[in-house]
Every structure is written in structure tokens, then in C-alpha cells.
Design a protein around this ligand. Structure first.
Ligand code: GLN
Length: 198
């Protein structure tokens, strides 16, 4: 059985659990670093990236999360989770996990657009995804090996680099599970590759 974890420190945790389950997979809320060994893929939820980072440090998660990614297991960062994955954050000297080569801008859609929904095409997923943005960041810049999956207002709002997936919006807040299902497929592919290499 494919098992997908949701980092359970802060943010929209239970919503991701529901969407993983709606895709027919087992979901585990990850509260301790040792639990990372039990899962095939991980979702870093939306919430508040600075708070989440503080909790990552407090509960000694940092190195285990980096190792998890470097071992080839897929990670999907949504909103604050995208910020945690980024190698660079506009206006800040230090990034967080730094696993995905991209520059992100926090709270980047401006005040008048604190929260909004927009229908958009997501490459490889669908042409009509209803995306929910909440004080969302966007991706300012990516490297060549990163595939841009979606843009809104000419800004990159979804991208994939190998086994890392990131969205500026919250795919878990609607009943449309197609993007989470796309991540589930990434996890299954990575799992098959790993089994083949043993
Ligand atoms: N603006 C938040 C941050 O910087 C992210 C918002 C969200 O996850 N909905 O962490």
C-alpha cells in the first residue's frame, strides 16, 4: 500500500489527509521525524512558513526532511510548503529546506488579492482547475530542469522539478483531487523505481 505523509506541525493538515484518502491511499500525519521512514511521499501543507520552520527546528525535523528529499522520495509543497522547499526567498538571506531550485516571493499577490480563486490549466493534470489562493506566494524564477505547470497573471504558481512538486495555491481545499492524484502517481513511480533498483 502506498502511504503518504502530511507534515503535521501546523497548517491545513487534515484537509490533505482527506484528499489523499479520497485518492484511495493511506495518509499519515507526521509528528515525529522517525515516522518519515514509514512513508513513500510527503506533503508539506499550507499555513505559515515562518511558524512551520520554527516548529521544524523545535522538533528536530530539519535534517530528516532534507534527507527524505535527497533519498528520492517525492515531496509536494503547497503554499507555505512551497516556500519551505525553495532554494531562495526574495528579500531574505536564508531559505528553509532549499530542496527545489527556485526563487519565491512571499505574500506576493498583494493586499487586494489576499485570497481568491481562479480557474487555470495545469499541465499534465487538467485545463480547468479551480485553484484557491490564500496570502499566496509565487515563483519568480526556476532553473531549466524545472517544469512550469501553471501560471496565473503571468506568474508561476505550480512547478515540478524531478520528484518535487510545488503549488502556490491550496489543492486540498476543494473536492477536486486531480492534483493530489497527480502527486500520488509521482510517488508510485518513485516507489517502483526504488524497488527496481534493489
Ligand atoms: N503567506 C504564507 C507564508 O508566507 C503562506 C500562506 C499559505 O500557506 N496559505 O508562509
Amino acid at each position: 500500500m502506498t502511504t503518504i505523509g502530511v507534515l503535521g506541525l501546523q497548517g491545513a493538515i487534515i484537509e490533505h489527509v482527506r484528499s489523499i484518502e479520497a485518492c484511495g491511499k493511506e495518509a499519515v500525519v507526521i509528528k515525529r521525524p522517525e515516522q518519515l521512514q514509514e512513508i513513500d511521499g510527503l506533503i508539506l501543507p499550507g499555513g505559515e512558513s515562518t511558524t512551520m520552520r520554527r516548529l521544524i527546528d523545535r522538533y528536530d525535523f530539519f535534517d530528516s526532511l532534507v534527507k527524505f528529499g535527497q533519498s528520492g522520495k517525492p515531496i509536494f509543497g503547497t503554499c507555505a510548503g512551497l516556500i519551505l522547499l525553495a532554494s531562495d526567498i526574495d528579500g531574505q538571506n536564508d531559505a528553509h529546506l532549499g530542496l527545489m531550485d527556485m526563487v519565491v516571493a512571499r505574500n506576493a499577490f498583494g493586499r487586494q488579492k489576499e485570497s481568491f480563486e481562479a480557474s487555470m490549466e495545469i499541465k499534465g493534470v487538467t485545463s480547468d482547475f479551480e485553484a484557491v489562493f490564500i496570502r499566496a506566494p509565487y515563483i519568480q524564477q526556476v532553473k531549466e530542469d524545472t517544469e512550469v505547470l501553471a501560471t496565473y497573471d503571468d506568474k508561476i504558481v505550480a512547478a515540478k522539478q524531478g520528484h518535487y512538486l510545488a503549488t502556490a495555491f491550496h489543492p486540498e481545499l476543494t473536492d477536486d483531487h486531480r492534483l493530489v492524484s497527480y502527486f500520488v502517481d509521482m510517488v508510485e513511480v518513485a516507489k517502483t523505481k526504488k524497488l527496481a533498483s534493489v
